[in-house]
Design a protein around this ligand. Structure first.
Ligand code: ADP
Length: 459
């Protein structure tokens, strides 16, 4: 029973059966500890009585005169009025339009329009007494607004139809379900994670140039900037302003990767202002990353290159739980501190539970050769650090890339060095790509397919 109904029955009991005076009734109301409607509100009953009496006798508008004038007849009349109100209340049956009208006041953040205008209310509204059930149709099961929209719809229905209405809302989706992690990207042959222990060692530069060089060798290549908190790939490829659009594929709405220099690429930088991404909580970042992988139309790829964030993080864990990574390429400078961190990165991939093979190391900023002294090599960060680490770890040294001013400038200009195969640096990246192809082939012959890391209670 709703609170209003409880109020009426309580009032009638007092009026009819106990014939209490006004004073007694208001006292009873105020002192009722086990009040049937939770919050004693004497003003409510006083207002009801006063307004009733005022209609018959315009001078009786205050509590005092109300008490005086409240004769047994007035009580009976008031009782009648209460009965009428009670009957009206009983007549308030729920019907579908009441529900759709209420849902038309709930905004869906995805369209910024209400649920009815957004065509989200399914044609299956069922009403049985005070039980209401229906479905809301969301674009996809990964919609970030599902929970909040369901909550808002339920709260609005209870507010409009009464707290005692039981609301059951189920969900439907216009697009087909996202495949399970081990069934994702079936047309992608090899997935390569480019990693570094430290930031600033040139990992993104290597990832971008490796992807372009692989495409130059004739392979189908995808590049994913998984550095959700500091995406730099759109700038390095001169596509900062690109806004990928959605395509319909197999009943799902998929993000179409941007194509540049013969590679398909995606970055969170295409969807959000990079400055706001740094404020994201872990859950938002991993959900966004999963979308870039699972809800994008990557199609046929020979190599899917992942530019991972520096160090080890939740993002790495998400990648390992989502994709069977063929192997990792570790980028480091020859400097001791960078090498120490590179070792940690290697350990992460080689951990028993992870088991991602290390394809090899790339020594970036291996030396500096000034343009005016082409035969001189200056080992600014130390000599052969990565070469020695590779030997120690028993994995190949895939390339040594010198510090070249143009690598930095080309990255800033959105024209990566690997585009110019007639230059020494362009050639260095082509050789790197060739070395990666060879090691991947060897790896695929010798080792079984990597398994996705299984984690219980995954969020
Ligand atoms: P990370 O991804 O490891 O943080 P970046 O690839 O963003 O590093 O590189 C950091 C900076 O160093 C960039 O400005 C980049 O252009 C520059 N850089 C990287 N490798 C070289 C190189 N071999 N020679 C000159 N500059 C380089």
């Amino acid at each position: 029973m709703g609170n209003r109904m409880k109020f009426y029955s309580w009032l009638i009991a007092l009026l009819d059966h106990r014939r209490l005076t006004f004073e007694e009734i208001t006292d009873e109301w105020s002192n009722a500890t086990a009040n049937p409607f939770g919050h004693p509100r004497p003003t409510m009953i006083i207002a009801l009585m006063t307004s009733y009496l005022a209609r018959d006798n315009p001078t009786s508008t205050n509590k005092k005169s109300c008490q005086k004038d409240f004769s047994p007849t007035s009580w009976r009349l008031l009782n009648k009025k209460v009965v009428i109100l009670q009957e009206n209340d009983n007549k308030m049956t729920i019907y579908p339009k009441l529900i759709t009208d209420a849902l038309a006041t709930v905004t869906y953040p995805g369209t910024k329009k209400n649920l009815v205008e957004s065509n989200m209310v399914a044609d299956n509204i069922r009403i049985e007494g005070n039980k209401v059930s229906f479905s809301l149709i969301f674009p996809r099961d990964t919609d970030p607004f599902i929970k909040s929209t369901l909550k808002a719809a339920e709260a609005t229905l209870k507010y409009k139809l009464g707290e005692d209405v039981e609301v059951h809302i189920s969900t439907e989706f216009t697009s087909a379900k996202r495949p399970e992690p081990d069934k994702l990207l079936p047309q992608v042959k090899n997935i390569i994670a480019v990693s570094s222990g430290k930031g600033g060692v040139g990992k993104s530069t290597v990832a971008v140039n490796l992807a372009i060089a692989l495409a130059k060798l004739g392979y189908k290549v995808g590049l994913l900037d998984t550095d959700i908190f500091g995406p730099s790939i759109p700038k390095m490829l001169g596509v900062e302003g690109a806004r990928p659009y959605a395509v319909e594929k197999d009943g799902r709405q998929l993000i179409e990767p941007v194509e540049k220099y013969g590679i398909k690429l995606l970055s969170i930088g295409f969807f959000v202002n990079p400055e706001t991404a740094t404020l994201w909580r872990g859950g938002m970042a991993t959900a966004a990353l999963k979308q870039l992988i699972a809800d994008a139309d990557w199609g046929d790829l020979d190599y899917f290159v992942l530019d991972t964030p520096p160090g080890t993080s939740d993002i790495h864990l998400t990648l390992l739980q989502t994709l069977a990574i063929t192997g990792a390429v570790i980028v480091s400078t020859p400097q001791k501190v960078a090498l120490a961190d590179a070792r940690k990165g290697i350990d992460m991939y080689q951990n028993d539970k992870v088991g991602v093979p290390i394809l090899g190391l790339v020594e970036n900023m291996a030396w500096f050769t000034p343009a005016e002294l082409p035969n001189n090599k200056y080992y600014i960060f130390g000599k052969d650090g990565c070469k020695n680490l590779a030997k120690e770890m028993g994995c190949p040294l895939l390339a040594q890339i010198p510090i070249v001013q143009s690598i930095c400038e080309d990255g800033d200009d959105g024209q990566p060095a690997a585009l110019k195969t007639d230059t020494a640096t362009g050639l260095a990246f082509i050789n790197l790509a060739q070395a990666v192809v060879t090691t991947v082939n060897v790896r695929n012959k010798k080792l079984p397919k990597t398994h996705i890391v299984q984690v219980k209670n995954e969020g």
